[in-house]
Design a protein around this ligand. Sequence first.
Ligand SMILES: O=C(O)c1cc(=O)[nH]c(=O)n1[C@@H]1O[C@H](COP(=O)(O)O)[C@@H](O)[C@H]1O
Length: 308
Amino acid sequence: MINKLVDKIKKQNAPVVVGLDPMMKFVPKHLQDAAFKEYGETLEGAAEAIWQFNKAIIDNIYDIVPAVKPQVAMYEQFGIPGMIAFKKTVDYCHEKDMVVIGDVKRGDIGSTSEAYAVAHLGKVKVGNKEIAAFDEDFATVNPYLGSDGINPFLKVCKEEKKGIFILVKTSNPSSGEFQDRLIDGRPLYEHVGEKVNEWAMQCMGDDYSYVGAVVGATYPEMGKVLRKVMPKSFILVPGYGAQGGKAEDLVHFFNEDGLGAIVNSSRGIIAAYAKEEYAKFGEANFADASRQAAIDMINDINGALNKR
Ligand SMILES: O=C(O)c1cc(=O)[nH]c(=O)n1[C@@H]1O[C@H](COP(=O)(O)O)[C@@H](O)[C@H]1O
């Protein structure tokens, strides 16, 4: 799957992933009204509204954007109907040949991590059959439990030719509370980065490993260091746009080959219609606004990469 991700990024000239984080406050009123008319103000109604919202955005970006990153919490809050909307979103993106990064941030003791890996990337045994449940292409994984939590994911990734992105330095303001603590004179995120590099070297695709890392756009200097620590890992870079990350900061996350990073934007793309810049599209044409915002993001990042 890492090879497919690299190919798509090259073909579409777009090192970009759109985060499908459909908070209800971003779902235009006409979609909410239609869903509530059919299902009432219920979890089913909410799930229908977010699914229709996603579908319209996917239809408008799939030819220019290589990957999506649905964030599971945004679906989970609507219970079982929300999780059905998550699965419908994953399947629809696959129909459109997009790479799906399940943002599930899992990780536990070995036996539990194995079940998480099976749920999101593998196939579960049911009698004599093996059935894929959620079936994303990549999953985000939390490394706090150490190798026990990661190894089951590596096993499933090898079997299924899928991949993971391991949290190394997160984009949020308080990420330093633990991640920047010095251990043997070096910050914890660097130790995690070194471990990610070890795992990555055991899991090579053609040019890049299918074990990647998450490093926030909001910490470009740390990104620069981590780029060198994990040369074969793709870095998933959240924090562009809504969290303040700028294109010029992002160049540090890429390798000399112009590859090695994929930049995420969620609210900046899916809620573009609500921003002054894209207000001319109007709420009814929210998906056109998302397409324009995606084009602008791609040009912004490619522009910064071409300048270096
Ligand atoms: O793993 C992630 O994707 C992630 C890691 C991180 O360090 N920071 C971060 O913002 N994210 C996710 O990336 C998305 C960012 O959303 P926006 O700020 O709206 O672009 C959310 O889905 C976050 O959960």
